[in-house]
Design a protein around this ligand. Sequence first.
Ligand code: DGL
Length: 274
Amino acid sequence: MSEQAIGVFDSGLGGLTAVKELIKVLPQENIIYFGDTARVPYGTRSDKTIRLYARQDADFLLSKGVKMIIAACGTVSSVATELYDTLPVPFTGVVYPTATAAVKATRNGKIGIIGTSATVKSCSYKKEILSQNERIKVYQQDCPLFVPLVENGFISADDDIVKLVVERYLSEMKAEGIDTLILGCTHFPIIAQAISDYLGKNVTLIDSGKETALYAANILGSRGLLNSSSTLGSCTYYVSDTVDGFRKTADLFLGRNVEQEAVHLSLDKLTKKS
Ligand code: DGL
């Protein structure tokens, strides 16, 4: 069992920011990644659609015999919470580990949360933070323009457009004096520098991919499911849209050159009930 892969999925390729962290924390693990590139974005869709897609994505990973599933997607983690109780393997989304890290990190008790519209509407992070410490003040802001900005390569901290959008979205939280900000979406670590430049170095940014990778390692360890192999694990990528351009985008989110091509999984296969 321990040599079985960890399954990671996201609405698209942004979830590779979490895979990057997972490889750092658990280099010996095999990973199967599924990016639903034919149906991205999820963050602007209804809860019902997000739940349906999330279940199909998880079922695909289960069909590959994974030992654990991680929803790297902030939107899925916020909306499709039933996955915690309905999957036959250990599962985690990003909300619990990330909120927990933010509660630990804050010194002044003021935490900001940014994510897609669906994530912010669900209040998932807010509820989790308040369940851990009801005195914390929480400020939420959906940042839908960050996703297309990143996908179109507007990522430099010196880019005027990036600076403008960052300021537009974050000025209220900055004025409120947050000292901790949850990057509650797969794409946001890519523009972390621009966000940090604007908020100042006293504001701690919490990366959901990093916290979730650490949490997943704990889950696997506590269940005796860690891969004890001494060789480096492999990563296999599946996408639901064409594989054209996969490597270029994957390089951006993984922060290194991806050597192998993704495998195409048709939507017919993904949506077929087994
Ligand atoms: N992966 C999504 C998230 O983390 C962002 C892209 C989308 O809207 O699907 O919320």
